[in-house]
Design a protein around this ligand. Structure first.
Ligand SMILES: [Zn+2]
Length: 109
């Protein structure tokens, strides 16, 4: 029997001193993470999310994950939500037409 993703993340978190919390993804994908608009048609084809209220264009999964993050660790507007740890910078080439990220090889700096 293999290790389930949550168990793996909990294990890694414990090693690094990071608390790993579970959150239900139900209904997280249709709500705009920037303004809270929950118009169902905001979720376009494939991975594209376009908010009809504020104009946010993003990857639908990333928008959903941000909604889950806000539920677990709410951050008041205008306040720095940094936890003091420095993440490794990464660059993703996001196609706002299709809503998908390009493979890493296609990202040119
Ligand atoms: Zn919005």
């Amino acid at each position: 029997m293999g290790v389930r993703p949550y168990q793996y993340l909990a294990y890694k978190g414990e090693i690094r001193g990071v608390e790993v919390l579970k959150e239900n993804e139900w209904n997280s994908s249709k709500t705009c993470s920037a303004c809270g608009d929950d118009t169902k048609s905001n979720r376009k084809q494939r991975g594209l999310y376009v908010c009809s209220s504020c104009g946010l264009v993003g990857n639908a999964d990333c928008n959903g994950v941000e909604n889950m993050r806000q539920k677990i660790t709410p951050s008041p507007h205008g306040e720095d939500r940094s936890n003091g740890r420095v993440a490794q910078p990464s660059i993703h080439l996001f196609d706002s037409e299709s809503g998908v990220f390009a493979p890493r090889e296609q990202v040119v700096l």
